[in-house]
Design a protein around this ligand. Structure first.
Ligand SMILES: NC(=O)c1ccc[n+]([C@@H]2O[C@H](COP(=O)([O-])OP(=O)(O)OC[C@H]3O[C@@H](n4cnc5c(N)ncnc54)[C@H](OP(=O)(O)O)[C@@H]3O)[C@@H](O)[C@H]2O)c1
Length: 283
């Protein structure tokens, strides 16, 4: 029995549909299963990661947990992992590329909490596998309002190329790991997951245009404009750390890995395929 957390989210939602297709035994966690809109046939269970005791019913009889961490700090991790370890023996954690590795300059809050959750999991006694994806293709949904209204994407650095990954491919790896037996070599593995190729931000905008059948142009923002935009949702120290991470990405490309294909037997989907799947969001 697998417990899927984040089951109503981008990656967890795909984990749910792929486990359903395979006929695997699983439960889907949501804070409010009544409004979660999970597919028919899915056993939806209530639970809140900020209230570890609320997880007990969902964990009863579960041997594997797919963990999505929804917070910006790792503060709640010890209590949550303690609860999970009372029931399950295996955990697959949705982490990020670079967790526990970035040390150059100020480290952004997201890398910090994933690094800390990974360290806590390593100490939990559970058999663990870390999925360490690069940026999600779905982050470009943040451009959707500008694309819908004006056919434009305004952002930093149109030449910045990243191997963005489709949420379905992350889920396919999670499902493979969780449905394989315990001796398949996934315990203690850190899988760095990427899309098939680097694609620049300007090319991403054009691919969205192709998907919706209208041209979309990329307009370069200045650093000062981007900083101002981010200050609306991050403190100045967080903005500095994110800027440092972006400067690092611009200075040296993120790697492209074969891990999705090695584990699932299928090449990861291109950004164009992702844009076609999500065209309705940009129309
Ligand atoms: N975006 C990227 O580029 C990127 C890259 C690498 C890693 N990541 C990591 O991926 C994770 C997010 O995955 P995602 O995008 O698939 O998620 P998402 O679409 O943002 O959905 C968030 C999920 O978390 C659940 N949730 C929120 N608060 C909760 C709580 N207190 N207790 C239990 N569940 C809660 C929500 O479920 P309910 O509302 O139904 O309860 C929902 O299913 C984050 O840890 C992020 O750092 C993101």
């Amino acid at each position: 029995m697998i417990l899927v957390t984040g089951a109503t989210g981008k990656v967890g939602g795909q984990v749910v549909s792929q486990l359903l297709d395979r006929g695997a035994a699983f439960r889907a966690l949501s804070r409010d299963p009544g409004t979660a809109g999970l597919p028919d046939g899915v056993e939806a269970v209530a639970g809140d990661l900020s209230d570890p005791e609320s997880l007990d019913a969902a964990l009863d009889g579960a041997d594997t947990v797919f963990l999505v961490w929804p917070f910006l700090t790792a503060e709640a991790a010890p209590a949550v992992l303690d609860r999970i370890a009372k029931h399950a023996r295996r955990i697959v954690y949705l982490s990020m590329m670079g967790a526990q590795e970035r040390t150059d300059g100020p480290v952004d809050p997201i890398t910090l909490f994933h690094s800390e959750v990974e360290r806590q999991i390593e100490r939990s006694g559970l058999a663990w596998t870390f999925l360490q994806p690069v940026g999600f293709a779905s982050n470009t949904l943040g451009w959707a309002p500008q694309v819908r209204a004006e056919g434009v994407v305004r952002d930093l650095n149109g030449a910045l190329a990243r191997p963005l990954i489709h949420e379905r491919d992350i889920a396919a790896v999670a499902v493979r790991v969780m449905t394989d037996g315990p001796d398949e070599g996934h315990a203690g593995a850190k899988y760095v997951l990427t899309g098939p190729a680097l694609i620049t931000q300007a090319e991403q905008a054009h691919a969205i245009g192709e998907a919706i059948g209208r041209p979309v142009r990329f307009e370069e923002m200045t650093l000062a404009e981007k900083r101002e935009q981010m200050l609306a949702w991050l403190p100045p120290s967080g903005v500095d750390a994110v800027m440092n991470a972006w400067a690092g990405m611009a200075g040296s490309s993120e790697p492209v890995t074969d891990t999705v294909e090695e584990l699932t037997g299928t090449a990861p989907r291109t950004f164009r395929a992702w844009a076609a799947d999500h065209a309705a969001d940009f129309r």
